[in-house]
Design a protein around this ligand. Structure first.
Ligand code: VGL
Ligand code: ZN
Length: 282
């Protein structure tokens, strides 16, 4: 089995005198944790979830440190989950170059939602000028045409989210000061990336899966823009990479071109992505 360095040193520590008293908890972590975390402990369901996250991540030290952090506050989603807030940027707002209908309506919903997550990742679509997903980069093409690029079919978009431009900025009313990571994607000139995990070539990784695993995170909740592109592709890749994934539908808005919204929901359903409203989350 493949242990992180932290995992090995944790495992090699001398057993504590509390060993017997904490036998139940030790059993819940399996044979690899010889020393029980201290402090308030999560309930049985929380421990079960942590154990399965551990299996997904192979990161026992991270799971143990999450357990040490103690029981969750009421209203908080458990500490092994992360909220991914996709592309709440001006290009996707009403008046932006790739406006998503009602795109600005998600901002207050996401602000409220994010307060319930200890772990929040923001993403930014972040294209260089002349990006391969822009219709303007393909002579004779119009926005929303489909082109065949070396990695497959690609919808061509109006220029949007150009690195450093106003359109690429996160909405100023987004109020998530505790967000820990701003992940940029789509910065390779010839490859698009709707997904926050894997670029559109299906191969190149952004690093997000490793980041989450190192932090003992085993499930993601995805919201933002757009439901049928960044949100859906991120949730689908999360499943592919072994994470539990949930889309919070009222905290998303869609582009919906060429049947993209219906097909995204269908692909997510068959991949085991859960679909909830923010009021149903607990
Ligand atoms: C997106 C179209 C083009 C998205 C990004 O974030 O959903 N959609 N680039
Ligand atoms: Zn884009």
């Amino acid at each position: 089995m493949d242990h992180t360095r932290e995992g090995s040193s944790y495992r090699n520590r001398a057993p504590s005198p509390m060993f017997a008293a904490n036998a139940v908890l030790i059993a819940s972590f399996g044979a690899h944790a010889e020393r029980a975390p201290t402090g308030d402990l999560p309930n049985r369901a929380g421990r079960r979830k942590m154990r399965s996250n551990c299996r997904a991540t192979n990161d026992f030290a991270a799971a143990a440190s999450i357990a040490r952090r103690g029981a969750r506050d009421p209203g908080m989603i458990d500490a092994t989950a992360a909220l991914i807030v996709a592309d709440v940027q001006y290009s996707f707002m009403p008046g932006g170059s790739l406006a998503v209908p009602g795109g600005d309506e998600v901002v207050p919903i996401i602000n409220a939602l994010a307060k319930r997550f200890a772990n929040v990742v923001l993403t930014q679509d972040w294209h260089p000028p002349g990006h391969g997903s822009f219709a303007s980069s393909h002579p004779g093409a119009q926005p929303f045409d489909t082109a065949v690029l070396p990695y497959g079919a690609q919808i061509l978009w109006p220029d949007h989210c150009v690195q450093g431009s106003e359109g690429a900025r996160l909405h100023r009313n987004l109020d998530i000061p505790h967000a820990q990571l701003v992940l940029r994607k789509g910065y390779h000139k010839d490859v698009d990336s709707y997904s926050a995990f894997i670029e559109a070539d299906g191969i190149t990784r952004t690093g997000l899966a490793s980041y989450l695993r190192e932090r003992g995170i085993g499930s993601v909740y995805v919201c933002g823009l757009a439901t049928d592109f960044c949100v859906a592709w991120t949730a689908l890749d999360a499943r592919k990479l072994g994470f539990a994934a949930t889309v919070i539908e009222d905290a998303c808005r869609a582009i919906d071109t060429q049947g993209s919204l219906a097909s995204a929901w269908e692909r997510m359903r068959s991949a085991g992505v859960a679909r909830v409203r923010s009021t149903e989350l607990h």
